[in-house]
Design a protein around this ligand. Structure first.
Ligand code: IMP
Ligand code: MG
Length: 191
């Protein structure tokens, strides 16, 4: 029987501040662009909503849903498109908005898929980056926070569909393992 323990990693005030910084940077970089922000469902919907409302530019918005995890907490290593894109990306500047980059499997797949639609440019903005777990050579162009190899929930991120609604980000551990003992979670702003 699983009983989860949640340990606060990034409080909502810190998320807000960082999202504001990212929005200012993205607004500057895409001032004269035909920008399309593509939110990766479901995890990125909270981040995308907050980011969009802080931009001083007016991008188009679309969503794609990729399945790579199912209900497990480790990557299955393969991706399928659950909800395809709805708009034409030809000659557009695309910004993929992701909740988290873990192994990089999803981003690698998504990048190839979006590039096949003939956009002018493709960049990625990830709220969280577990860069120590990368198995593919990919890195976000915009990153909220670099975090350790810990499973996190809240602010759109789930575990088996639970915890998405939490306004802060927490490290989730299985109560049975006792793995959190003495181990504080850490997060630092990404590049
Ligand atoms: P990747 O393909 O291994 O990079 O995994 C990326 C996807 O896995 C993310 O978009 C998330 O949906 C999910 N994921 C990875 N790590 C976590 C986590 O710590 N909490 C919740 N979801 C995660
Ligand atoms: Mg995701």
């Amino acid at each position: 029987m699983h009983e989860h323990t949640l340990k606060l990693l990034i409080p909502k005030e810190k998320i807000e501040h960082r999202v504001q910084q990212l929005a200012e940077q993205i607004s500057r970089d895409y001032q004269d662009s035909r920008l399309v922000c593509i939110g990766v469902l479901k995890g990125a919907f909270v981040f995308l909503a907050d980011l969009l409302r802080r931009l001083s530019i007016t991008p188009m918005v679309d969503f794609i849903q990729i399945s790579s995890y199912g209900a497990a907490t480790s990557s299955s290593g393969s991706c399928t498109i659950v909800k395809p894109l709805g708009c034409d990306l030809t000659s557009k500047d695309v910004l993929i908005v992701e909740d988290i980059i873990d192994t990089g499997t999803t981003f690698r797949y998504l990048g190839d898929h979006i590039r096949s639609k003939h956009p002018r440019s493709v960049k990625i903005c990830a709220l969280l980056d577990k860069q120590y777990r990368r198995t593919h050579d990919v890195a976000p162009d915009y990153c909220g926070f670099v975090i350790n190899d810990e499973f996190v929930v809240g602010y759109g991120l789930d575990c088996g569909e639970a915890y998405r609604w939490l306004p802060d980000i927490y490290v989730l551990t299985d109560h049975d393992t006792g793995a959190t003992d003495g181990a504080e979670g850490t997060a630092r702003p990404g590049a």
